[in-house]
Write a protein that binds this ligand. Structure first.
Ligand code: FMN
Length: 346
């Protein structure tokens, strides 16, 4: 009766990820919370929030801009100034102090950048207005942000290639209308994502780089006419890079996203050493089942980690979960951020 959990739940077993051995297979999904300080700088409150969740096998940080054009809203963090690096150091030290591991999710929003975050007098960086030179600059900024992440104490970086942001805007033919070697064929449309990924690899090593994609996703009004062909090509090419992991988001039924783009279909395309992380609507039962069935190596939990900082302990004890409050997801202060109870306190 006391030994439920570790033996019976594959989610609670250790796993290798790049050069790391993670304590369990629960990943805290990247979660934008809009609570950075002025200057897009992480601070003490963010360090407390992440430290509370350090029992995750791996934390993937909230999306973090690689340059001033890459933000997704007010008080989203960056990783391109010395002050931001210092701010992130507070977060990574707090997580490491509790035995946790944390990757930085590297973000460029492209056409999704809100007007108020665009530097004065300039326009959004999008697939349409970028010159080859502009693309090369942004690729170099991915590399620099990856180096900055390591300088800030992160264990690695995740290229945010999901949810209709800049790499996804290049990848999918609903948004990429270029006719040069960054547009047109699938090979051309995948080039930006692969350039950015290779840049991060050359900066910090493949074993410290992961990539997130959302095959069939519609967030950000993104679409592709042949999504399986596009995404299976991207995953096959990424698999050749010996990344730490590929992180795939499930298509959502409630948004009418195609079920045939489910992450399990990509499983055969991913080979060691690269691990497969899946995300989207998982709970304890379905997460354990995915690992037991071999359709995933790790499972990311988003909303459940917002309201259950000690999610692995709750899973181990099959304890009840605290419900999340959507009204405090984005922006605000401590309420709905660092005040969710742990089992002991709750
Ligand atoms: C408040 C909130 C913020 C999010 N921010 C990000 C983000 O910064 N980067 C990202 O890739 N996904 C983001 N997502 C998506 C989550 O990482 C995850 O894929 C999604 O919540 C589905 O998983 P879940 O059902 O376990 O919550 C966000 C989701 C929520 C609810």
């Amino acid at each position: 009766m006391t030994n439920i959990g570790h033996d019976s739940q594959p989610l609670l077993q250790p796993v290798r990820l790049g050069a790391l051995t993670l304590a369990n297979r629960l990943v805290m999904a990247p979660l934008t919370r809009n609570r950075s300080a002025a200057g897009y700088i992480p601070w003490d409150l963010n360090a407390l929030y992440y430290a509370q969740r350090a029992s995750a096998g791996l934390i993937v940080s909230e999306a973090t801009a690689i340059n001033p054009f890459g933000h997704g809203g007010a008080n989203t963090p960056g990783l391109y100034t010395p002050e931001q690096i210092e701010g992130w150091r507070l977060v990574t030290s707090a997580v490491h102090g509790k035995g946790g591991r944390i990757f930085a999710q590297l973000w460029h929003t492209g056409r999704q950048a809100p007007a108020e975050t665009i530097p004065t007098g300039s326009e959004r960086q999008t697939t349409l207005n970028l010159t080859k030179q502009g693309i090369a600059l942004i690729t170099a900024e991915y590399a620099q942000a990856a180096r900055n992440a390591i300088a800030a104490g992160f264990d690695g970086v995740e290229i945010h290639g999901a949810n209709g942001y800049l790499p996804d805007q290049f990848l999918e033919d609903g948004t990429n209308a270029r006719s040069d070697d960054y547009g047109g064929s699938i090979e051309h449309r995948a080039r930006f994502l692969l350039d950015a990924t290779r840049a991060a690899i050359s900066a910090v090593g493949a074993d410290r780089v992961g990539v997130r994609l959302s095959p069939g996703g519609t967030f950000g009004d993104i679409s592709d006419s042949m999504p399986w062909e596009t995404f299976s090509y991207a995953v096959r090419e990424l698999d050749k890079l010996a990344l730490a992991y590929i992180h795939l988001v499930e298509p959502r039924n409630d948004r009418g996203e195609p079920a045939e783009l489910a992450t399990a279909r990509f499983r055969p395309l991913i080979s060691r050493p690269t691990q497969l992380i899946v995300a989207g609507g998982y709970d304890r039962a379905s997460g354990n089942a995915a690992i037991a069935e071999g359709t995933a190596d790790l499972v990311a939990f988003g909303r459940l980690f917002i309201s259950n900082p000690d999610l692995p302990a709750r899973f181990a004890r099959e304890a009840s979960l605290t419900a999340y409050d959507r009204s405090t997801f984005y922006g605000g202060g401590a309420a709905g951020y660092v005040d969710y109870p742990t089992l002991q306190a709750g």
